[in-house]
Design a protein around this ligand. Structure first.
Ligand code: NYM
Ligand code: MG
Length: 215
């Protein structure tokens, strides 16, 4: 790594069971094997005080008002931002399992309140902007063949389908570097594609300053 080059912010997104966590782990291993310093982040980050609240909410142990929980998911990202910037500036690439896009997609899928995409995006405006967003595309019927859902909140087909529609709206934003990946492929082929695109993003990120999301 040349001195002074920043790390890249690489986000994996997609509906539940698209294979994000598996691919994040494989990408981490591949980057480290090639000598590229990398750090894995997962949102929600369940270990913090806010994260514990979110975890209890997802596990249906507590109820929270819908706007409130949306803001908590965002706060759970903001509390990691100082650490994220520090690592990126040190030349460490961040591999991120879900980010603000999941925040918008899942809240806007809720019935009743009519959450607009615009309202949902606001609390995350100004977060570090990803250099690459890999969208693991998998139809909900196909995700359903990957075993049954867990028992957490949002883990049902109708909700996932609505979240998927919101993801598609967010992907129309051409100021972001979205890459859609066919997540129905086998794990190794998917990994090769993700690794290739990530290496390209790391090369390019080193040449330009970190920007702010949705600004
Ligand atoms: N989720 C995740 C949200 O509703 N808002 C957010 O901002 C984020 C990051 O949490 N079904 C939802 C999507 C998932 C759930 O994620 C837990 P995971 O990756 O299954 O732990
Ligand atoms: Mg889950």
């Amino acid at each position: 790594m040349a001195a002074g080059r920043r790390g890249a912010l690489i986000v994996l997104e997609g509906v539940d069971r698209a294979g994000k966590s598996t691919q994040c782990r494989k990408l981490m291993d591949a980057l480290r094997d090639s000598g590229q310093p990398a750090h894995l982040l997962t949102f929600p980050e369940r270990s913090t005080e806010i994260g514990k609240l979110l975890s209890s909410y997802l596990e249906k142990k507590i109820n929270l008002e819908d706007h409130t929980v949306h803001l908590l998911f965002s706060a759970n990202r903001w509390e990691q931002v100082p650490m994220m910037k520090e690592k990126l500036n040190q030349g460490i690439t961040l591999v991120v399992d879900r980010y603000a896009f999941s925040g918008v997609a899942f809240t806007s899928a809720k019935e009743g309140e009519n959450f607009s995409l615009d309202w949902c995006k606001q609390p995350d405006v100004g977060l570090p902007k990803p250099d690459l967003i890999l969208f693991l595309q998998l139809r909900t019927v196909e995700a359903a063949t990957r075993g049954s859902f867990g028992t957490e909140r949002y883990e049902n087909n109708a909700f996932q389908e609505k979240a998927l529609q919101s993801f598609h709206h967010l992907m129309k934003d051409t100021t972001l570097n979205w890459k859609t990946i066919d997540a129905s492929k086998n794990i190794e082929d998917l990994h090769k594609e993700i690794h290739y695109l990530s290496k390209e993003a790391i090369k390019e990120a080193g040449e330009k300053p970190l920007e702010e999301l949705w600004k």
